[in-house]
Ligand binder design. Structure first.
Ligand code: XIL
Length: 319
């Protein structure tokens, strides 16, 4: 089973950073460089160079790669956000997919076609996130995007990716149910969906619901849909006890996630959201209140592997 990680163009010149991906990953993907606003900043301007550099690095080193992401509430470029006509927006979405997914066809084994389309709280009466896409096209933006990506790269696996799918509690049950429902609607419309992406941004202070993850994986498996862990890291902002305490809590979270995810059979891959604590979004967005550096990623800031990275390697070897 492959292990992978997301790499960032802004740190690419750091040879030590690059080496972590070269030495430990089977899959290396651009973290941000294929997001709509970065790769397509103006209506007639595509900025492929940073993504090209990262995908070339992956292939030149014998790695696989994947695409993140087409439809997302975040990263809608201003030129697109300024449009009002639903038909025009739909046309632009298709044009974007043809250009971006088409360009990398055959080189990215899967795409996060839709990212974070479930509402944060996911109430049963309004499970869809209020986003530019939802406002412009309604929930049919999801089938439109899946069909378009399938057309632009017929061999790429199509992934519905979301967060907060692994913890214990009613809100998480609702979010899991919403994902299954969206997948069912795609299939009812005869649209292919190959996998559900569990982002796996793990709050170390929250219990992973191993049983619920198992049921989730089984329900999807019955529909012919696999799981893939797409953005694994550990948010330890509420964990005290210094590095040893943070790493122990992280190992528990990651171990439980693996148990839950593997319950229905091995996932397509386990992918981390970076390799080293030197560079992570967690310290920017969810820092420790007291200034303690967070320890979200498989290798620490000096490049030493955490115990939980060894857990993943072992699990992926064993299947
Ligand atoms: C984050 C990146 O890690 C940051 O570098 C960037 O500034 C913002 O986006 N869920 C997702 C990812 O699907 O795309 C986000 O990545 C993190 C949350």
């Amino acid at each position: 089973m492959p292990f992978g990680s997301a790499i960032q163009a802004e740190y690419f010149d750091d040879a030590g950073y690059r080496a972590l991906f070269r030495d430990h990953c089977d899959i290396v993907l651009p973290m941000n460089e294929l997001k709509f606003d970065l790769v397509h900043p103006e209506r007639e301007v595509f900025a492929f160079e940073p993504a090209d550099r990262l995908v070339d690095f992956a292939t030149e080193n014998g790695k696989r790669s994947r695409g993140h992401t087409v439809v997302w509430w975040n990263g809608v470029p201003p030129w697109l956000a300024a449009l009002n006509d639903p038909r025009e927006i739909e046309t632009e979405l298709r044009r974007h997919v043809d250009a971006v997914v088409g360009r990398y066809a055959g080189r990215l084994e899967s795409w996060d076609v839709c990212n974070e389309v479930v509402a944060h709280e996911a109430p049963y009466d309004a499970p869809m996130r209020d986003s530019f896409w939802q406002r412009a096209l309604g929930s049919r933006h999801i089938p439109i995007a899946f069909r378009a990506v399938a057309g632009a790269d017929p061999k790429a696996k199509l992934v519905l990716n979301d967060y907060d799918l692994e913890f214990r509690g009613e809100r998480y049950d609702r979010r899991r149910a919403s994902i299954v429902e969206i997948a069912r609607q795609l299939q009812d419309a005869a649209i292919r969906i190959d996998a559900v992406g569990i982002q796996g941004h793990l709050y170390a202070d929250q219990a992973v619901d191993i049983e619920a993850l198992g049921r989730f994986g089984e329900a999807l498996k019955r529909m012919g849909i696999a799981l893939i862990v797409t953005e694994l890291d550990v948010i330890d902002w509420k964990i005290s006890g210094g590095p040893a305490g943070q790493d122990a809590a992280a190992a528990k979270s990651v171990g439980d996630l693996l148990e839950g995810v593997f319950a229905a059979g091995p996932p397509l891959a386990v992918i981390a959201w970076g390799m080293t604590d030197r560079h992570s979004w967690v310290d920017d967005v969810m820092p420790h209140g007291d200034g303690t550096p967070s320890r979200p990623l498989p290798f620490d800031a000096t490049g030493r592997p955490k115990h939980w990275f060894r857990l993943i390697e072992k699990r992926l070897r064993e299947g």
